[in-house]
Design a protein around this ligand. Sequence first.
Ligand code: 5GP
Length: 205
Amino acid sequence: MNTKKGTLLVVSGPAGSGKGTVNKVLLENTEKYVFSVSATTRSPRPGEVEGIHYFFMTREKFMSLVEEDNFLEHAEYVDNCYGTLRPFVEENLAQGKNVILDIEVQGALQVREKMPEALLVFLCPPNYATLERRLRGRGTETEEVIQERLKTALTELQIAAQYDYLVVNEDNKAEECAAKIDGIIDTRPEKNKEYILDFIKNFTE
Ligand code: 5GP
């Protein structure tokens, strides 16, 4: 049997974009989507499970995987290393599954280089005020951390110009966003670079 290769779907977005929730909705369709569990050197947060959220490891172990060319991409983000395990991705794509990568922008651009057929989606809150409100709403971070996240988000947003699609996540619209991304996978609508550039320009206004 000749199985059609799956799509490599990169979903990036700043903290507060809601990408975790959107991915969760997509992954409910277990026939169609599979999540690529990344390796990381950061410590597990409460509730995070080894092999489900991440493969947690030391920096030494991570670097040995780099040397053995085990990563499709890897990047450093806020003092920790993160990487996508290549064998898992390749096997699942070959089996016809669409593989979801929840990765930051530097890694996404590496994926673009190595696998130009990958689909890059940037998920974003509708505007800066909403982003700020969501980050503050968590109530767990200091003002300094919030300011840092906001700054990072603006830098990341600039890189969204290089993505294929930008999907805006209004409040409580994870289901709609997931449906939109699912539609993109199925129909590959025409890309609209101008829309993305305009969105970036207007984001802080
Ligand atoms: P967190 O530590 O909050 O789970 O993730 C921090 C950032 O790292 C998020 O933007 C997440 O998308 C990104 N990330 C998670 N796994 C990977 C990975 O394998 N590669 C890259 N480049 N980024 C990742």
